[in-house]
Write a protein that binds this ligand. Structure first.
Ligand code: ADP
Ligand code: MG
Length: 597
């Protein structure tokens, strides 16, 4: 047989392997999750390709994952019947670091200053194939791709900078397709090769993998066997039997346990979204979320629904409990947060606003439709009427779910939501006119009467004075400066509440909304604020009295102001700089200036 060829790892790979081993030493069991997830990805890829090339599946081999643990020798084998790898793919995938999970892991390590300290945080990243070396001294990857006639074996050792690839020649080791990983465990980690331990890990980490996972388990059944008459038997007992006259030569039986080994289905193969929502517990939804999206925190809310009629699909949506860190996330719709299935076949998680507008791109979930073609492409997605209908429904369901959080018994839930995703929702005011009615009730602001806790527009409206027609707001850079603005004086005196818009995006959001429950939003810093307390007679008098003073001040200030007027909007301050009715507010002007610098 041809000799094994030796390869050096790309430099980053060696470094990454050290990092993984050093930072995850207390969390070693993630290796199984990673390897199962690779097997599942490989099966997904095969199933996806078989849609256009049914030949791929004609060998009669089922799509599944099988894990065998040999405790005597400390060996674990993980076999999948997925897409496999060609010789070149072995080099590209297992010798270099272009791959997603591992790349993300590296980035996270670079970002966290003290990498070893928080293995919990690191545990949420897919660390990928190399996690096999957390527990293995040696790893063999024997793999057969449908693109190649030959089966190849990749072999690597812990703490080595090289690996080998050779052709598989042992007929006993040939597989029809897919990949078999053999892990030769390190001395101290041989305990992982226990069938019960493997079973526990699969249940814990990979319960929701959508292909069957079988583990090799010892089983037993009880059986009655006949035994020879015991010669020492109590004679009284024996004669009793004879007296009954039933059995002359009574055979004695004994129960024994017959042991044997067999494959046992270890995960849940029915996808959770196909189950009846009434029968799924919150814990199951949360587990599914954590496993599917590699999250370590529970979601804030979830929603499981089926839609019928024009377009049928099933979905489970989630609101995460924290926003992803990083500046561009709010405007980056490419989040891999929605996993699209067609008839249970995973199609894609690579969307660019097709299923959710970008301001809702933080929503995570799965969507499974029977109405889309299996070979759906990006172009089809973008042009499909079905997808447009799906998007509309998904958005509505997402809003219902978020509204649900506002009604949660734990008031902190919505506070948390707003802290993390308030900006997204406000972006929705600007970008999604069609959903203003759904967005507005979700908004929260501080106000002149509630500087500590934010209030909703509904709360504001409820607190309006009987004669009050508009919703008043002032934009400022902080609650303190909003509180100190002279524009507020008169309103405070009249006990009228004013919203404090202290987030830069607030003012634009409110201006896009224009009104809420038929009440206009009115900026109290604008020129002609009408508080409904005009006394025309008196105003006329005062205007006459101070007309010359105003003219004189205007002359002195010249072009720096548009006009100087007598106003009834102040109570203690002598004067105020107001914005023109059609001009920018002072706050907007400040923002625009900040942007052009
Ligand atoms: P990721 O899964 O994030 O891509 P991994 O390090 O886990 O990163 O895996 C690297 C690559 O190796 C995968 O992208 C895939 O191409 C290949 N691979 C790993 N395991 C398998 C497998 N069981 N079958 C086919 N290809 C695999
Ligand atoms: Mg992986």
């Amino acid at each position: 047989s041809p000799p094994a060829e030796k390869f050096e790892y790309q430099a980053e790979v060696s470094r990454l392997m050290d990092l993984i081993v050093n930072s995850l030493y207390s969390n070693k069991d993630v290796f199984l999750r990673e390897l199962i997830s690779n097997a599942s990805d490989a099966l997904d890829k095969l199933r996806f390709l078989s849609v256009t090339d049914p030949q791929l599946l004609t060998d009669g081999v089922d799509l599944d994952i099988r894990i065998q643990a040999d405790k005597d020798n400390g060996i674990i084998t993980i076999t999948d019947t997925g897409i496999g790898m060609t010789r070149q793919e072995l080099v590209d995938c297992l010798g270099t670091i272009a791959q997603s999970g591992t790349a993300k892991f590296l980035k996270a390590l670079k970002e966290s200053k003290d990498a070893g300290a928080d293995s919990n945080l690191i545990g949420q990243f897919g660390v990928g194939f190399y996690s096999a070396f957390l527990v293995s001294e040696r790893v063999e990857v024997s793999t057969k791709s449908p693109k190649s006639d030959k089966q190849y074996v990749w072999e690597g050792e812990a703490n080595s900078s090289s690996y080998t690839i050779r052709e598989e020649t042992d007929p006993a080791k040939l597989i029809p397709r897919g990949t078999r990983l053999t892990l030769y465990l390190k001395h101290d980690d041989k305990g992982f090769a226990h069938p019960e331990r493997i079973q526990k890990l699969v249940k814990n980490y990979s319960l929701f993998v959508s292909f069957p996972i079988y583990t090799w388990q010892e089983k037993g059944y009880t059986k009655e066997v006949e035994v020879d008459e015991d010669p020492d038997e109590d004679p009284a007992e024996a004669s009793k039997g004879e007296q009954d006259g039933k059995t002359e030569k009574k055979k004695k039986t004994k129960t024994i346990v017959e042991r044997y080994w067999d494959w046992e289905l270890t995960n849940e193969t029915q996808p959770i979204w196909l189950r009846n929502p009434k029968e799924v517990t919150t814990e199951e939804y949360n587990e599914f979320y954590k496993k599917t999206f590699n999250e370590y925190l529970e979601p804030l809310a979830s929603s499981h629904f089926t839609t019928e009629g024009e377009v049928e699909f099933r979905s489970i949506l989630y609101v995460p409990s924290i926003a992803p860190t990083g500046k561009d996330d709010i405007v980056n719709p490419k989040t891999k947060n929605i996993r699209l299935y067609v008839k249970r076949v995973f199609i894609s998680d690579d969307f660019d606003g097709e299923l959710f507008p970008r301001y809702l791109s933080f929503i995570k979930g799965v969507v499974d439709s029977n109405d889309l073609p299996l070979n759906v492409s990006r172009e089809i997605l973008q042009e499909s009427r079905i997808v447009r209908i799906m998007r509309k429904r998904l958005v509505r369901k997402a809003f219902d779910m978020i509204l649900g959080i506002t009604m949660s018994e734990d008031k902190d839930d919505y506070v948390k939501f707003w802290e993390n995703f308030g900006k997204h929702i406000k972006l929705g005011c600007i970008e999604d006119r069609e959903n203003h009615k759904r967005i507005a009730p979700l908004l929260r602001f501080f106000s002149s009467q509630s500087e500590e806790d934010m209030i909703s527009l509904d709360e504001y409206v409820e607190n309006m004075k009987p004669e009050q027609k508009d919703i008043y707001y002032i934009a400022a850079d902080s609650v303190a400066s909003a509180r100190n603005t002279p524009f507020l004086e008169k309103l405070v005196e009249k006990d009228i509440e004013v919203l404090f818009l202290v987030d830069p995006i607030d003012e634009v959001a409110i201006q896009n909304l224009k009104s809420y429950k038929e009440k206009n939003f009115v900026d109290i810093s604008k020129e002609d604020l009408d508080l409904g307390d005009k006394n025309e007679e008196k105003e006329k008098e005062i205007k006459q009295e101070f007309g010359q003073t105003c003219d004189w001040i205007k002359k002195r200030l010249g072009d720096r102001v548009a006009s100087v007027q007598v106003s009834n909007r102040l109570s203690t301050s002598p004067c105020v700089l107001a914005s023109g009715k059609f001009g920018w507010s002072a706050n907007m002007e400040r923002l625009m200036k900040a942007q052009t610098v």
